[in-house]
Design a protein around this ligand. Structure first.
Ligand code: MN
Length: 496
């Protein structure tokens, strides 16, 4: 029988090839609205401010204070809903979700329960090395964030910072349509790309501005759904993959040992790479939701929605289709290059920012290979890349006009990335210009032929052995000889 421990290939497992078991994943993503003020008060939302300096009387839960809806936040929720191809509900309502917590001074969170502002929608994701998958969106609702308990300032006391109390969140709930850790992280990546393109959330997971609650269960393929566990507040794509991987294996082991899964809320510990139980999972009725008597239902005009729709920016899917049509690059490349707005902007500048259009496929290869590889290694974001699109474009121009070979270009790129200057400066300084002087190449070819008489005889009968001499000459020239010229001169000398 299959057991989680016996999965030989970790990579296949991450892609959902999990033998006798199927992993079922649904997500609730909290995305903080990019708004300067809170959902029901005028207090500021700036990140990293001194504790308790951005708290209005409403956010502090003082008696007699009335919440006032922030129209800008409503607009952002509608924009996001449209970006998720979802139904916008012209009627929605705010409800109180009641629970006690020290960083929730009101004693309840204002959320939307029965009537969310956005209904069903769907987005398409492309997991790494996988086929596109459509993930259903169940709903998007607006709600307030809670404050923050601070445990590490004192050994025996907990402090409360209410700056975050009342900040607007969009909770985006997916259907349980994902089947592997890779799909789950591709989903959040896509979601982030959409909200960033829309400008409705900055998608900064490190700051907690976007965080995922991941629901995981396992079942025999085609069987009944298993009991799910929810892993709270996972804040990076890698942690999402690891948390699901760990949690699914934990559940499988329990079931295979004859046990049952308890529905509970769990916490992912990225240091120990494990999930731990926080509390048994509560159900919606435990919160005693009821309509907030301080707030009128939201009634949107169709024209308000239409106006937002008419002014949506180009979204990742549309941009992907345009890249395929306009630049003729493969669909997979176009998908990678358009998930994030910054990446797409960089690519467009790279292809179109030169004196004449640059080769779109070569540009894509350089970005997805060398550039992303170097950024990854340096743990740097593209927005902080030491090599700008114009600088990389300058390098591609020198490959294009045969000043350097593609191989030498890798060396130049490494130096550019380390801050060595422009491609032209590095080529000049390091003497990397391709040797196109046929006299010089001829001398090197002759030298290679003279040094290997036996190979010369063989090559005359078998032209495939030409490669050996090309290699010798390239080596002798430090990679700088023009490969076409070397080939031609060799052929001439060998009479091929
Ligand atoms: Mn929520």
């Amino acid at each position: 029988m299959f057991t989680a421990k016996r999965v030989a290939d970790e990579k296949d497992w991450m892609k959902g090839e999990t033998g006798d078991w199927e992993i079922i994943i649904g997500m609730e993503v909290h995305a903080q609205v990019s708004s300067n003020s809170k959902l029901f008060s005028g207090a500021a939302t700036e990140y990293g401010a001194e504790p308790n300096t951005q708290v209005s009387l409403v956010d502090a839960g003082m008696p007699g204070m009335l919440p006032v809806i922030n129209e800008f936040c409503v607009e952002q929720a509608v924009r996001t809903g449209l970006g998720l191809n979802a139904k916008i509900n012209l009627f929605s309502r705010f409800d109180r979700k009641n629970y006690f917590y020290v960083d929730l001074p009101q004693g309840y969170q204002i959320s939307q329960f029965e009537h969310p502002i956005v209904g069903e929608g769907e987005i398409e994701i492309t997991p790494e090395d996988g086929d596109p998958v459509t993930v259903g969106i169940e709903r998007l609702h607006l709600e307030q964030d809670a404050g923050k308990s601070v445990h590490d300032l004192s050994d025996d006391e907990t402090y409360v910072d209410l700056n975050r109390s009342g900040v607007a969140l969009m909770e985006i709930v997916s259907k349980p349509d994902m089947r592997s850790p890779e799909e789950a992280s591709a989903y959040v990546d896509k979601l982030r790309g959409i909200v960033r393109a829309l400008g409705t959330c900055d998608g900064d997971m490190e700051k907690g501005n976007m965080r995922a609650d991941v629901n995981v269960s396992v079942r025999r393929p085609g069987g009944e759904l298993g009991t799910r566990c929810e892993i709270k507040n996972v804040n990076s794509l890698r942690f999402i993959r690891q948390a699901i991987n760990h949690e699914a294996r934990r559940q499988i082991e329990i079931i295979e040992a004859g046990g049952t899964i308890d529905q509970e809320t769990r916490l992912y510990d990225s240091v120990k790479n494990e999930t731990r139980s926080m509390r048994s999972k509560e159900d919606a009725h435990d919160y005693r939701y009821f309509p907030d008597p301080d707030l009128l239902p939201l009634n949107l005009e169709q024209s308000f929605v239409d106006n937002i729709k008419a002014n949506l920016p180009e979204l990742p899917d549309a941009r992907k289709a345009r890249f395929v049509a306009e630049f003729g690059i493969p669909s997979y490349d176009a998908g990678v290059l358009t998930v994030d707005k910054t990446v797409g902007d960089y690519y467009e500048q790279l292809v179109t920012g030169g004196e004449k259009p640059r080769d779109a496929k070569i540009a894509a290869n350089w970005m997805m290979g060398d550039l992303f590889g170097a950024l990854n290694k340096a743990a740097t974001e593209l927005s902080d890349s030491p090599v700008s699109a114009d600088a990389l474009g300058g390098l591609l121009d020198r490959i294009g006009d045969n000043t350097i070979s593609g191989k030498i270009a890798k060396t130049v790129f490494e130096k550019m990335f380390e801050g060595g200057g422009s491609a032209d400066e590095i080529i000049e300084r390091e003497g990397l210009k391709q040797v196109t002087d046929t006299g010089a190449i001829e001398a090197m070819v002759q030298e290679a032929l003279d040094a290997n008489p036996a190979q010369v005889e063989k090559a005359k009968d078998n032209p495939k052995l030409l490669g050996f001499f090309v290699g010798q000459v390239m080596k002798a020239s430090g990679g700088k000889a023009n490969p076409q010229a070397v080939n031609q001169i060799l052929r001439d000398k060998l009479g091929l």
